[in-house]
Design a protein around this ligand. Structure first.
Ligand code: NAP
Length: 250
């Protein structure tokens, strides 16, 4: 059965993406859970959704690669219908270090995965959503980070700068397509309990920093997912080019 709400969530197999997939499925979206390599995690999210009566598929695609992004959107066209919502959620960090120790490979990998991916997914979404191309409109939420404001000094300035680019993409694209039925907004999470911190070399990072957060605790993925769902929804119908800080006051 086709739905009038079809969402692609990049990196939907764990953390914030998986929480968002579950929330949107419960709101009757048909959900595409994109992932890079962990089939078991992605299939487990999809099984949970389908067991609850939702329509969901898992699609492996490296969203930093153009041909994979094209295949991802085509698969969704064929299996779920035309995308109406996109959550650009993929984001990676690499081990904490100072800028003076970073090499070009690392910096390029961060920008390709965190920024090029979002541009490519926005491109494919706009081609399908824009009323200028005969589409019905749609909504895009980019997942940035409080790091874009704060800079992540001594940890990963490359990651923070990539999120600065996501903020600018949000603002620029929102203006480009505002008259074509597409809203583009952004959520900037703070320290959230997910596996991403282990990839940065410090699994316990959120607990270490909890005391520095005005609300004195890390956030849960569902607390970010709630903001994403609201921005995608018709309740935010007059909101575009804006930013929700989900960072406990940071
Ligand atoms: P996470 O738990 O590390 O999950 C990352 C997801 O992205 C996984 O589903 C992973 O799939 C997928 N992925 C990674 N590279 C990919 C690629 N090239 N193509 C497709 N999928 C890819 O992440 P998270 O902590 O939930 O973060 C989600 C977003 O929130 C990111 O943009 C992050 O920067 C942002 N954020 C997080 C925090 C935080 O404290 N956690 C704070 C601020 C902002 P596989 O498992 O298959 O590799």
């Amino acid at each position: 059965m086709r739905s009038d709400r079809v969402v692609i969530i990049t990196g939907g197999s764990r953390g914030i993406g998986a929480a968002t997939a579950k929330l949107l499925a419960s709101a009757n979206y048909h959900v595409c859970v994109n992932f890079l390599s962990d089939d078991a995690a992605a299939n487990s999210v999809v099984s949970t959704l389908t067991a609850a009566g939702s329509t969901a598929i898992a699609v492996q695609a490296d969203v930093s690669t153009e041909s994979d992004v094209v295949r991802l959107f085509k698969t969704v066209d064929e299996q779920l219908g035309t995308v109406t919502a996109l959550v650009n959620n993929v984001g990676i960090v690499r081990p904490q270090m100072r800028v003076e120790d970073m090499d070009a490979n690392r910096i390029n990998e961060i920008f390709k995965t965190n920024v090029t991916s979002a541009f490519l997914c926005c491109r494919e979404a706009v081609k399908r959503m824009s009323t200028m191309h005969g589409g019905q409109g749609g909504s895009i939420v980019n997942v940035s980070s409080a790091a874009s404001r704060i800079g992540a000094a001594g940890e990963y300035v490359d990651y923070a700068a990539s999120k600065g680019a996501i903020d600018t993409l949000t603002r620029g694209l929102s203006l480009e397509v505002a008259g074509e039925g597409i809203r583009v907004n952004c959520v900037r999470p703070g320290f959230i309990y997910t596996d991403m911190h282990a990839d940065g070399g410090e699994p316990g990072r959120v607990d270490r920093l909890a005391d520095s957060i005005p609300m004195k605790r890390g956030g849960e993925p569902i607390e970010v997912a709630n903001s994403i769902m609201w921005l995608l929804s018709d309740e935010a119908s007059y909101i575009t080019g804006t930013f929700v800080e989900a960072a406990g006051g940071r």
